[in-house]
Design a protein around this ligand. Structure first.
Ligand code: ATP
Length: 217
């Protein structure tokens, strides 16, 4: 049966804290494809530091080593805020209502889920797979009392229903964030060894070639 994984973010820049947990989670859930969906204008946070063109170029380079991951540019191609609900409507138009779609989010994002635009409708479109993240315990679960949400820890349920479940997926903790990476890059000292542990080499090269994140606080 066809299954689809999706993973949204600003990817400013993309790093191993995105790539490794999603690879691990996708494998354990039997997904053959995950679409990375970069946000153009995320409504919940400040504007990305790197522009869409550069963020997209870095994702392209990073995904070369992950054949199961594809880029999906639908949010970059839209104008206005990148509301997830609109992205999900557009995915359902393309893939129909029957295939299971699993939306990956880190625990930090999940904790703030009830601030998203039309969040109550999101389970009408997808399953939500919450990936554990160091320093971000899942805390904000009171909104799960909404009858639209059903927690399941059974992978078979995720495969047999197209949407509507919340699944908690343990992944190997990866203590990396784009914020930390931008701040490392903004420092005037040599941080090459640390960078090579958190970013693919091709992305480091691109960042340096294009002087991204220099003078960043
Ligand atoms: P920033 O530090 O700029 O907020 P970020 O590193 O959190 O960025 P985003 O692009 O905002 O990255 O996040 C996209 C998705 O990746 C979110 O669902 C987030 O929770 C998840 N994510 C990011 N880093 C990790 C990590 N180290 N482990 C697990 N999930 C992560």
């Amino acid at each position: 049966m066809q299954l689809l994984g999706i993973f949204g973010g600003t990817f400013d820049p993309i790093h191993f804290g995105h790539l490794n947990p999603v690879r691990e989670a996708a494998k354990s859930l039997g997904l053959k494809q995950v679409r990375f969906i970069p946000a153009a204008n995320p409504p919940h946070r400040s504007k990305p530091v790197a522009d869409s063109h550069n963020r997209l170029a870095m994702i392209r380079l990073a995904l070369k080593d992950y054949p199961e991951f594809k880029i999906d540019k639908r949010e970059l191609n839209r104008t206005g805020s990148s509301y997830t609900i609109n992205t999900l409507e557009s995915l359902r138009k393309e893939f129909g209502n029957n295939i299971p779609i699993m939306m990956f989010v880190g625990a930090d994002v999940f904790n703030e889920f009830n601030t998203w635009h039309q969040w109550q409708q999101i389970p009408d479109f997808v399953h939500i797979v919450v990936m554990t993240r160091p320093d971000h315990p899942v805390v904000g679960t009171s909104f799960l009392e909404n009858p639209n949400w059903k927690i399941s820890q059974n992978v078979d349920d995720l495969h047999s229903q197209p949407h509507g479940l919340v699944f908690f997926q343990d992944v190997t903790p990866t203590n990396i964030s784009a914020t930390k990476i931008r701040s490392l890059l903004g420092k005037k000292m040599n941080v090459d060894t640390r960078l090579s542990q958190v970013l693919p080499a091709s992305v480091i090269e691109y960042i340096k070639l294009n002087n991204l994140y220099v003078n960043h606080p």
